[in-house]
Design a protein around this ligand. Structure first.
Ligand code: FAD
Ligand code: 2HG
Ligand code: ZN
Length: 453
């Protein structure tokens, strides 16, 4: 360990307490990402317990020119939350307080280390909900989801994390604290700093707290699994359902291989014949019981070859496991290579074929798993069993861009896509982003390997 790191860590120990600085083997869970693909090492994981301690840690690191990686639940998928270049990890997991839910303003204040599940539980106690939800809810944090602008299962109705964000408290790379937690929904006094921090992946500041929008819970939820012969038919059905059902909250695409894998890994019985190649999991929520309406619209859809309707909450949970457990099931097959991409609605089906064809031709030894938030045009392409490392990345991203898509839909750029960002963003755009970075983090100590290569 260098002298500067030694001196900095001893100052940090004094500031936050020896017991909150983790070193050696105890850092193991903080240096490997959720997929197992990105493995780093760190001199220490520091766990401040208050905003002023976070600010103090950043001041000390800046003074000694030490790079840091902010970390929440470490569920990120793009290698942005782990210290791949020996950085110090600043874990926000001790910032876990949730303020009182304001039931009239439909807002709550949550610290960065609160998990999405804890936030949902607090909101539910007031008959409310948080609009962003996904399979990683048990570990993913408020700070991490803001830093990545996480999407998830209900974006088509409630938007991504940015749409839930009313205010933010953030420690810049200078150690200064920006407090924008007034809860004012309308506040057009210059540039929107919460919007800028959202999706900045820990490169501009360390988020310590947020003021978040909540939504009323709706009493009725109707859920169905629909089978199709083609992806084209499932995409078209999604578009039609969005128009017909204003309460549509989710439209999730799955393929039979993925559903089969989940059923095999978790010993579940598929509710429909997995001989059908394509499935759509749809859910709508409403204040009144709209079952008849839901069933009518679903049954009128062109291309549906079979349907399983959830008759109760247990069956609903089962249908959702088929979708939510894809990521965990794929991890059991092997370390996955993930591509989180968006395509325009009318190119989605074409892309799925093109990418499958490309992978099969370039890496016949590999298996491809595809699923995603089809209502948002967002596909998750996972490859397992690849013998090389990233030899497919550039060609897959070029394919996405050639079809007017985005190489990062909801997981962010991280370290995984940093070198491909210039494929998508112009020199002027990259210069603007670098300019912002240099103002917020003049010494480049915050996640230096993330977003910019
Ligand atoms: P981390 O993984 O710890 O960090 C992610 C990034 O944010 C890193 O760059 C890190 O440096 C930065 N960061 C973390 N905390 C802070 C902070 N307080 N201040 C500044 N920067 C910070 N994502 C989706 O968008 N949609 C999904 O549907 C979805 N489903 C998932 C399902 C599973 C089973 C899993 C494991 C993950 C899923 N994810 C999904 C990915 C992941 O959960 C999200 O990217 C999430 O936002 C990461 O939150 P985290 O707290 O784990 O952040
Ligand atoms: C999901 O939608 C997540 O489940 C993870 O975004 C996607 O595992 C993936 O590729
Ligand atoms: Zn997703």
């Amino acid at each position: 360990m260098s002298m500067a790191i030694d001196v900095a860590l001893s100052a940090i120990r004094q500031l936050i307490g020896d017991q909150h600085v983790v070193a050696g083997d105890d850092t193991a869970g903080f240096v490997v990402d959720w997929t197992g693909r990105y493995v780093g090492s760190t001199p220490a994981v520091v766990r401040p317990g208050t905003t002023s301690e976070v600010a103090g840690v950043i001041h000390i690191c800046r003074e000694h020119a030490i790079a840091v990686v902010p970390q929440g639940g470490n569920t990120g998928m793009v290698g942005g939350s782990v210290p791949l270049n020996g950085e110090i990890v600043v874990s926000l997991q001790r910032l876990t307080s949730i303020g009182e839910v304001d039931e009239l303003a439909l807002q709550v204040t949550a610290e960065a280390g609160v998990t999405i599940e804890q936030l949902q539980t607090a909101a539910a106690a007031s008959g409310l909900r948080y609009g962003v939800d996904f399979g990683g809810r048990g570990s993913a944090t408020v700070g991490g989801t803001i830093a990545t602008n996480a999407g998830g299962l209900n974006v088509l109705r409630h938007g991504m994390t940015r749409s839930q964000l009313i205010g933010i408290e953030v420690v810049l790379g200078t150690g200064e604290v920006i407090d924008l937690m007034s809860g004012l929904v309308k506040n057009n006094t210059g540039y929107s700093i919460p919007d800028m921090m959202c999706g900045s992946e820990g490169t501009l500041g360390v988020i310590t707290k947020a003021r978040l929008r909540l939504i009323p819970q709706q009493a009725f939820r109707h859920t169905a699994l629909l089978a199709f012969d083609t992806i084209e038919a499932a995409v078209e059905a999604t578009a039609r359902l969005r128009i017909a059902l204003p309460g549509l909250e989710a439209a999730e695409l799955m393929l039979s291989q993925g559903v089969q894998l989940v059923c095999d890994e978790f010993e579940l019985s598929p509710p429909l014949d997995l001989g059908f190649p394509v499935f759509l999991l749809v859910e709508s929520a409403s204040d009144d019981d709209a079952l008849d309406d839901f069933v009518q619209h679903v049954s009128e859809l062109a291309g549906v070859v079979d349907t399983a309707l959830a008759a109760d909450e247990r069956q609903r949970q089962l249908l959702w496991r088929l979708r939510d457990d894809h990521t965990t099931a794929i991890n059991r097959v092997g370390v996955p290579h993930k591509f989180d991409v968006t395509l325009p609605h009318d190119r989605l089906a074409e892309f799925t074929k093109a990418v499958q064809h490309h992978i099969a031709a370039s890496a016949p030894e590999a298996s491809t798993w595809m699923f995603g938030h089809v209502g948002d045009g967002n596909l998750h392409v996972n490859i397992t069993g690849l013998t090389g490392d990233d030899f497919l990345d550039r060609s897959i991203y070029e394919l996405v861009i050639s079809m007017n898509g985005s190489i990062s839909a909801e997981h962010g750029v991280g370290t995984a896509k940093a070198k491909y960002l210039p494929l998508q963003r112009s020199t002027a755009e990259l210069q603007l982003m670098r300019g912002l970075k240099s103002v917020c983090d003049p010494d480049g100590i915050l996640n230096p390997a993330v977003i910019f290569s």
